[in-house]
Design a protein around this ligand. Structure first.
Ligand SMILES: NC(=O)c1ccc[n+]([C@@H]2O[C@H](COP(=O)([O-])OP(=O)(O)OC[C@H]3O[C@@H](n4cnc5c(N)ncnc54)[C@H](O)[C@@H]3O)[C@@H](O)[C@H]2O)c1
Length: 252
């Protein structure tokens, strides 16, 4: 798959940092033209420049995924300016801070559900007609181990949003499969991104290392590798699945 994406166009959301950035860089390294999509304009500019400096092709997409108009415009502009849209990876989302069920503020619930799940619906709604017309597409959503197991402490809006993303993945796979479009999810556990490290105490990190069979957190590149496989032409018969990339922390 060294240049397995040559000629293809991908849009990666949440690409200003973390897993989205690693995925955008890897798709570009393997030949794709990559739309670096995020609400963080500085991060978008930084990652786009870095891809170009490495010899790859990228373009900037600054948009708020909470707006249907903004999301639809970014997706249709990417398609129009490149003549195609083969891949959408949805990595934007996450949650701003830990909160338990009873203390979870009402507006925090809406914010996390919307930035993870409503945004996924918008992306599918915008991209699927374009992919149907081309009879080809790959959609990969970043869910989380939070949606696979109730064992670890996670906020309620986040687990619900990530669980909803898995259900939507299956429904979209069912609807779009006959059009040559696959829809899959990747469920990471604890990834060494700036956000993860900022939110977890050294004691919590040590506990995660102790309770993970491979004995460590993952790098963003290890998650991107799984995402990139699901984006590839080779993954043509894989759809509606959740790929757990968690070092064995949860085995289903
Ligand atoms: N990092 C982890 O340990 C981990 C573990 C499991 C799952 N995940 C999931 O993987 C994905 C990526 O995680 P990460 O840690 O790299 O993310 P992150 O929090 O570092 O980055 C998320 C990006 O999404 C962007 N974003 C948020 N809301 C947006 C909006 N409305 N419009 C446009 N962009 C928006 C942010 O600006 C940010 O750049 C997330 O969905 C997260 O829930 C991460």
């Amino acid at each position: 798959m060294a240049d397995g994406f040559k000629g293809q166009c991908a849009v990666v959301t949440g690409a200003a940092t973390g897993i989205g950035e690693a995925t955008a860089r890897e798709l570009a390294r393997r030949g794709a033209m990559v739309g670096v999509m995020d609400i963080n304009a500085d991060g978008v500019a930084r990652v786009t420049d870095a891809i170009r400096k490495d010899g790859g092709n990228a373009f900037t997409c600054v948009a708020d995924l909470l707006s249907w108009d903004s999301t639809n415009k970014v997706i249709s502009d990417a398609h129009r300016s490149n003549g195609r849209l083969d891949i959408v990876v949805h990595s934007a989302g996450g949650f701003p801070k830990y909160v338990n069920l009873i203390d979870c503020p009402i507006d925090a619930w809406d914010g996390v559900i919307d930035s993870n799940l409503r945004s996924m619906f918008y992306l599918l709604k915008a991209a699927a007609p374009l992919m149907i017309a081309a009879k080809y597409g790959r959609f990969v959503a970043l869910s989380s181990m939070a949606a696979r197991s109730g064992v670890n402490p996670n906020p309620p809006h986040y687990t619900a949003a990530k669980g909803g993303m898995l259900a939507l993945t299956r429904q979209a796979a069912l609807d779009l499969g006959k059009h040559g479009i696959t829809v899959n999810a990747v469920a990471p556990a604890n990834v060494l991104t700036p956000r993860t490290l900022g939110m977890r105490s050294p004691e919590r990190i040590a506990h995660i290392e102790k309770t993970t069979p491979v004995g460590r957190l993952s790098t963003p590149d290890e998650i991107a590798a799984a995402v990139v496989f699901l984006c590839s032409p080779e993954a043509s018969y894989v759809t509606g699945v959740t790929m757990d990339v968690n070092g064995g922390a949860t085995m289903i």
